[in-house]
Design a binder for this molecule. Structure first.
Ligand SMILES: [Zn+2]
Length: 653
């Protein structure tokens, strides 16, 4: 038989066979092709990003080092000073102009962000009725190479500096100095602000200096304006900064204090040294001492000098109301770091911030062990009027948070050390790459902390599922700015977090997942990964094509509805075993977890891989039973987000 005739015969017999084995008629929204057809992984592999998901041989990244010097006027709530940016162009392109971010301009009445503030509704990012009119006042922009005034343009939250001569490719450096001031908003989009406390205001200061926009191989200049919901995309560098504040204030900041003897009392210097050797929290400044003038050096103002290396941002907090405590953190390499908390009297107590340092230490030691070592010398937790916001080496958490909530918010904000402080993804576009990944690592930390003290805290999955999976939900892949504000919690945090839990526990298994996830962190530490670098890394390391999973969970808004549509016995003989007909009724597909019980009480479970859904909406599975069945159930523990569990169970009459 020639090959041609063979194939024709073959084809015919297959066709006839498949007519004979016709699929059961079932109404399903599921289209296997839409799910399992190859996902275009844009951008394709190139000289800077490899097909494997790792930075390629030609990967480059620009760098920004900052020297900042500012003063806090605690009467006018004003911050004024200057920033010197040393910017290195490692790209293969000459840069004829630079773009900077002026995020404080979001608080100007005329900003795009204020223009789209919802009227008559509460927004986390501001209030349409607010009369506050903030933003940077720029008094000078200098090019330091020849000390000339720069030609610059401000547009909303961006500044363009047009250069007389281009910054050359391959490592050329330019230095810019900007003199500026701004009034700190009392409520700064839940990322900075001023908390009123009886012993003095707490100033939580962030987005407080002009920062370089990222110039990358994906988009060139990343100049999306700051509108509130979408966070930040920043270059790495070293920071050396001075903050001058009233002498009565304690100033905490990203990084390590360089001049403790100039800004602390002798007793505080000594206690800080004790804390560096103590796993138990040591009080540096007690509640009683807050109102005792002797707990601060005399004088009008003091200048606090801080440094941090390899960071993408810095922020700080200042108050005369701060109680201050600290404890040592023990890192896997043997290195030590310091966990600290500052909080006003109102937040004190064992149910409140009295345990904040213990939570900070617990979280950071745990994440360091599980994923990647904490890279900074100090981690400071600040009680503020910000609900929860992360910066390198310092976080702002709600001053009213207590017990499991305080643990939860502390754990979440310091979890951001890993995403996006270490793994520097583009938060403005892909908020899920930091919030979702962080929510995922938080889910494990909750189990780990203090033998599971808070393991049952947080929002239950049962409550969340209807928000995550309905036809009005938005895809994770939208930018935070483009999501309905009410959907941000589910689409950026819980859904991607839950997705990674399923990927780890149900699809890859912890051993393969953890190795792949750690590899992703290691490959992209202090670099700028895209979603496709993440997808490619997880697939390459785990050895699994997960296009269907990224598509249904991250890119599209698909839903899952697994069902049992019938149970028969093989050739109608009970002792031959039971045949269960399963159906996939919606567009998402997942492995099937099946459990069954026979009339005499024997039970069994089966796990079917997702590949059963490659080419069909219904699937028959044979159970190894020899007697009548009592019941069969899909996913009895409700591990997967089935939108209709009612059709998951079959009962014998
Ligand atoms: Zn977060």
């Amino acid at each position: 038989m020639s090959r041609k005739i063979f194939s024709l015969c073959c084809l015919l017999s297959i066709t006839i066979l498949s007519f004979a084995q016709q699929e059961p008629v079932v109404e399903s929204k599921y289209d296997p092709h839409a799910l399992f057809s190859p996902v275009p992984y844009a951008p394709g592999p190139n000289i800077s990003r490899a097909a494997t998901g790792e930075p390629n041989v030609g990967y480059w990244q620009n760098r920004a080092d900052y020297q900042i010097s500012v003063s806090l006027n605690d009467i006018k709530n004003e911050i004024s000073g200057s920033v010197t940016i040393t910017y290195r162009n490692n790209s293969p392109h000459a840069l004829q102009f630079l773009w900077l971010q002026l995020d404080q301009n979001f608080f100007n009445k005329n900003s795009r962000g204020q223009a789209r503030m919802p009227v008559g509704e509460n927004s986390r990012y501001g209030d349409a009725a607010s009369g506050f009119n903030g933003g940077y006042k720029i008094s000078a922009v200098k090019l330091l190479d020849d000390n000339t005034d720069a030609n610059y343009l401000v547009n909303d939250t961006r500044m363009q500096i047009r250069l007389p001569k281009a910054v050359k490719p391959g490592g050329d450096v330019i230095k810019i100095k900007i003199d500026y001031s701004f009034t700190l908003p009392e409520y700064g989009a839940d990322r900075c602000g001023i908390l009123k406390s009886k012993n003095g205001n707490v100033f939580a200061v962030a987005q407080w200096y002009p920062r370089m926009c990222v110039f990358d191989d994906i988009q060139g200049w990343n100049t999306l304006p700051y509108l509130g919901p979408s966070e930040f995309y920043l270059e790495y560098g070293n920071f050396d900064f001075n903050i001058t504040a009233p002498a009565s204030h304690i100033v905490v900041a990203s990084g390590e204090l360089q001049n403790p003897s100039e800004v602390l009392t002798a007793a505080q210097v000594k206690r800080l040294e004790e804390a560096k050797a103590s796993d138990k929290t040591v009080i540096i400044r007690s509640e009683k001492e807050v109102t005792d003038p002797a707990s601060r050096p005399a004088g009008n103002t003091l200048t606090w000098h801080y440094k941090i290396e390899n960071a993408r941002d810095v922020s700080w907090a200042s108050s005369k109301s701060f109680i201050w405590d600290a404890a040592r953190m023990n890192l896997p390499s043997g290195k030590k770091a310091l966990a600290m908390s500052v909080y006003p009297e109102e937040s004190n107590g064992v149910k409140g911030w009295g345990r904040a340092t213990e939570y900070t230490k617990g979280s950071i030691e745990n994440y360091s062990k599980r994923w990647y070592e904490f890279p900074y010398p100090v981690a400071t937790n600040v009680a503020s009027n910000v609900g929860g916001m992360e910066y390198p080496g310092i976080v702002f958490c709600g001053s009213n948070a207590k017990e499991d909530q305080l643990f939860g918010v502390t754990d979440h904000e310091f979890g951001h050390t890993w995403f996006p402080m270490i793994v520097g993804s583009n938060e403005r576009k892909y908020g899920w790459m930091d919030e979702g990944f962080n929510t995922f690592i938080n889910s494990l930390a909750k189990m780990d902390f203090n033998n599971g003290e808070y393991k049952n805290s947080g929002v239950s999955k049962e409550l969340l599922l209807p928000y995550i999976f309905n036809r009005e939900s938005e895809s994770i892949f939208n930018t935070p700015d483009a999501m309905k504000e009410a959907n941000i919690g589910s689409a950026l945090y819980y859904k991607p977090g839950y997705g990674l839990e399923l990927l780890r526990d149900q699809i890859l298994g912890p051993e393969r997942f953890d190795y792949a996830f750690k590899t992703y962190i290691n490959r992209w530490a202090f670099k700028h990964p895209t979603p496709w670098d993440f997808f490619r890394t997880i697939e390459n390391v785990s050895g699994e094509d997960l296009g269907w999973f990224w598509k249904e969970w991250f890119i599209e808004n698909y839903m899952l509805d697994q069902a049992i549509i019938g149970v028969d016995y093989d050739k109608k003989v009970v002792s031959n075993g039971a045949i269960v007909t399963l159906a996939n009724l919606d567009q998402m597909a997942m492995p099937v977890l099946l459990s069954y019980e026979t009339k005499s009480g024997k039970t069994g479970t089966l796990k079917l891989p997702v590949e059963i859904w490659n080419n069909t909406t219904t699937f028959k599975v044979k159970l190894p039973t020899t007697e009548e069945l009592k019941s069969v159930t899909i996913d009895p523990d409700k591990v997967f987000p089935d939108i209709n569990f009612a059709n998951n169970k079959w009962n014998a009459n």
